[in-house]
Write a new protein. Structure first.
Lengths: 110, 113
């Protein structure tokens, strides 16, 4: 069964304190791994797609990396506006349906 | 902005009444989805569509039906609303030419009393 597990469930950081969020996945074949950001009362906002192990993508203070078993979302010198829930999802090979993790709720204190 | 409009954005309805949520897209994408999001369960797929009149069930389809008569519109109907269907509902779209990325709408908050 395709499965996605995100850790930690919640993370509090001070402004400027870098850290990483983890997304572990189990799929028969990976077509793509997606990261989304979700603010309270809003829909998930697309951040990155990763397709193969070793791939990395960056956007402002965020960098996503991918191995054969997990993905990391690294946040460097975060600001309070980076506070949100970050969702990871996988698209299994041969499917057109995403499998989502539970999300990591990130809070950045000023 | 992913070109997705959901309506209504907020609705309160009574148990046993039918409810229809509408998703409208301006991107001409082939795939459309309905998800629900609940605390402790995350995002769960209800139904999806891979073309006009082509739909399939997701993991939590019981009590829901969908219709897609035009590329741009995907309707989700709760035939007889129950309190367990109180949730936030998200419509999403994707197209293989965009790398299968799925884009979400802003959500429809439904309360069944």
């Amino acid at each position: 069964e395709d499965q996605v597990t995100q850790s930690p469930e919640a993370l509090r950081l001070q402004e400027g304190e870098s850290s990483s969020l983890n997304c572990s996945y189990t799929v028969s074949g990976l077509r793509g791994l997606f990261w989304y950001r979700q603010d309270p009362g809003k829909g998930p906002e697309f951040l990155f797609t990763l397709y193969s192990a070793g791939e990395e993508k960056e956007k402002e203070r965020l960098k996503a990396t991918l191995t054969k078993k997990e993905s990391f979302l690294h946040i460097t010198a975060p600001k309070p506006e980076d506070s949100a829930t970050y969702l990871c999802a996988v698209l299994p090979m041969g499917a057109q349906k995403l499998v989502f993790g539970q999300g990591t709720r990130l809070t950045i204190n000023p | 902005d992913a070109g997705i409009t959901q309506s209504p954005r907020h609705k309160v309805t009574e148990t046993g009444t039918p409810v229809t949520l509408r998703c409208h897209q301006t991107e001409n994408h082939r795939y459309m989805y309905w998800y629900r999001q609940d605390p402790g369960h995350g995002l769960r797929l209800i139904h999806y569509s891979y073309g006009v009149k082509d739909t399939d069930k997701g993991e939590v389809s019981d009590g829901y039906s969908v219709s897609r008569s035009k590329t741009e519109d995907f309707l989700l109907t709760l035939e007889s609303a129950t309190s367990s269907q109180t949730s936030v509902y998200f419509c999403a779209i994707s197209e293989r030419t965009s790398g299968n990325t799925i884009y979400f709408g802003e959500g429809s908050w439904l309360t069944v009393v």
